[in-house]
Design a protein around this ligand. Sequence first.
Ligand code: QAP
Ligand code: CO
Length: 169
Amino acid sequence: MAVVEILEFPDSRLRTVAKPVSKVDERVRQIIDDMFDTMYDAPGIGLAASQINVHEQIVVIDVSDDRSEPLVFINPEITVLDEETFEYDEGCLSVPGFYETVVRPQHIRVKALDRDGKEFVMEPEGLLAVCIQHEKDHLLGKLFVDYISPLKRNRIRGKMDKLHKQKSS
Ligand code: QAP
Ligand code: CO
């Protein structure tokens, strides 16, 4: 069991674009295990490897109430199926304490590899569809606060900077 440190906004390392995983082996499965330990400990519903300073395309998610449905997405590819959108008050383990409404496509298809390196396709709905898009953004160096107004984003940055200064003094 390894709970690891989660990078927090506005850490510039969160802006790194993740590389695809070329081989799903024991090394990758170790990263996945650390990610689940860290996400369940937080607790959170989704975590991208970028958030633990591993810049490879790995996402873990569990949106179930009893934390019994772990999902792994390696090298996830998202296609938008239609024009419909969905609004959700999103949060992020890298921006703790802040929630903002984000509008995203509602109907998507996701193609990815599982923890055995086997390809699968799913058409997620509701919170799971939101969460996968949020986590895929992390792999691209993007955060949910990028979708809100610069004024709100700068306010959050100011508060996070203050928190980080308090922690380090
Ligand atoms: C991403 O976020 C997500 O502020 C996953 O104090 C969130 O697990 C996708 C968390 C909402 C879609 C909708 C946030 C924990 C967890 C906090 C999370 C906090 C403690 C966030
Ligand atoms: Co996040």
